[in-house]
Design a binder for this molecule. Structure first.
Ligand code: ADP
Length: 433
């Protein structure tokens, strides 16, 4: 459309210029009675001068239209600067001296919407402290920074930086830095320390209380002493398990970015985990059945970590399974949780016929200290860290954990581990080897 309009305008200018040339030629003929050669020359010169003047004015007008309508920043920064701002990963907005939007880059568009240019900033951004910081910067030229939180659609926290980016014409810049992940990690760390201290304090308080009792009025009461010593032993065991799990978790987290190097046959790992847990299963009258596809390929992994992974899952299946029920451990080749069509994973699934897990709890199971029923977990000697450890070990092995459960119908925890040197191995994992 723009091209057609330009051609039309150019043709009009040419016609006007030719007409001017003809008029000049006619005047020469009439006033000076010149011969045909001189008349033709006068006409060509007059046409050329008229065309130059007209085309100059037309291109000035076109430039004005571009600067004002199509690209309000065209006169502010070069195409290179615009390209850089467009690809800037943090949200950026530029405002003119009357607080109208001159430019927003794609990350800022994701926050304030797309129809923003030439709008007043107060009509698209409704965070009073950011607007106040922008007004202060526009007025004083001083840079500022404020923190703010959007609550919908999901909570996100940003630090907004305001600065003057130019004086002639005056431009104010607003740059946002996303603090959400950092805040979440900070909160997780605080919660983790609070939870760990709380979990340790409870058994410690019990042990301390019984020591006082044994030193005091129960000193010579033999049956009471025996009973209290048993309880103290249980509480000490709880503290030991918690400390063991905390140490395992910190070790696994520390190594999470170090690719595993050994070659592991998962069937023998799963059998070793089952053997270690058989006494517990027998105590609950639970039968563990293990089945494996023949000739499974090895996976790249750390044997000790994988034993711990399967022990945690099988132990949970016993703890939360049905007394007198079953636990099935099954190993097979699989295209993985997203089923891409090639058997590139060994899938180990651990299924029980216990109480199952409510659907809203499933996504939270691998959070540290998250338990569906805290009392039941404690009674069973749980620490709330077992599945967090499983998740970290699976991550280190470039594996996936899938949880399927229906309340009352048992649960299936499946771990997918990439086959050693498999073609579908994640490129990052392959590169790291
Ligand atoms: P815990 O030490 O409490 O068992 P985990 O991290 O291993 O901690 O598991 C977290 C929670 O997940 C458990 O407290 C339990 O509520 C739930 N859970 C785990 N495995 C199962 C299972 N097989 N069946 C039902 N619930 C389970």
């Amino acid at each position: 459309m723009e091209g057609a309009a330009t051609i039309l305008k150019r043709s009009q200018s040419a016609l006007v210029a030719v007409a001017v040339g003809l008029v000049v030629a006619g005047l020469c003929l009439f006033v000076f009675s010149l011969d045909a050669t001189w008349v033709a020359a006068a006409s060509v010169v007059a046409t050329a001068v008229a065309m130059t003047l007209l085309s100059g004015r037309a291109s000035e007008k076109a430039a004005d239209v571009l600067a004002v309508d199509a690209d309000p920043t065209g006169s502010l920064f070069s195409p290179l600067a615009r390209e850089v701002f467009e690809h800037f990963p943090d949200p950026l907005m530029l405002l003119d001296s009357s607080d109208r939007v001159l430019f927003v880059n794609p990350p800022m568009r994701a926050i304030v919407g797309t129809a923003t240019e030439r709008k007043y900033v107060s009509s698209i951004l409704r965070t009073p402290n950011v607007l106040a910081a922008l007004a202060h910067t526009a007025r004083s030229g001083e840079s500022g920074s404020v923190e703010f939180t959007f609550h919908v659609p999901v909570e996100r926290t940003y630090r907004a930086y305001t600065m003057r980016a130019g004086t002639d014409p005056m431009v104010t810049a607003l740059l946002l830095h996303d603090l959400t992940a950092m805040k979440r990690n900070e909160q997780m760390r605080v919660d983790f320390v609070a939870n760990a201290s709380h979990e340790l304090r409870t058994p410690l308080a019990a042990v301390t209380g019984f020591i006082e009792t044994l030193k005091g009025h129960a000193k010579d009461d033999t049956p009471a002493r025996e009973k209290f010593l048993d309880i103290m032993s249980v509480e000490a065991g709880r503290m030991r398990r918690l400390i063991d799990d905390l140490l395992s978790l910190s070790r696994v987290e520390l190594n999470e970015h170090v690719p595993p190097s050994g070659e592991v046959a998962l069937e023998s790992v799963a059998r070793q985990a089952v053997t270690a847990l058989s006494p517990l299963a027998r105590a609950e009258n639970i039968m563990i059945e293990i089945a494996s596809a023949p000739d499974l390929p090895a996976v790249t992994g750390e044997r000790d970590e994988l034993i711990q992974l399967f022990q945690n899952l099988i132990h949970n299946a016993i703890k939360y399974g049905k007394q007198g029920g079953h636990v099935w451990v099954n190993l097979a080749l699989s295209p993985g949780p997203s089923a891409r069509g090639t058997d590139a994973f060994v899938a180990v699934s651990i299924r029980d016929d216990g109480e199952g897990i409510p659907p809203d709890a499933v996504p939270r199971l691998t959070e540290r200290f998250y338990r569906v029923d805290v009392k039941r977990s404690r009674e069973k000697g749980g620490t709330g860290l077992g599945l967090a450890i499983v998740k970290h070990i699976a991550n280190r092995h470039h594996g996936r954990l899938q949880i399927e459960s229906r309340a009352g119908e048992g649960s299936t925890f499946t771990v997918y581990l990439p086959v050693s040197r498999a073609p579908l191995l994640a490129p990052a994992a392959a590169a790291a080897k």
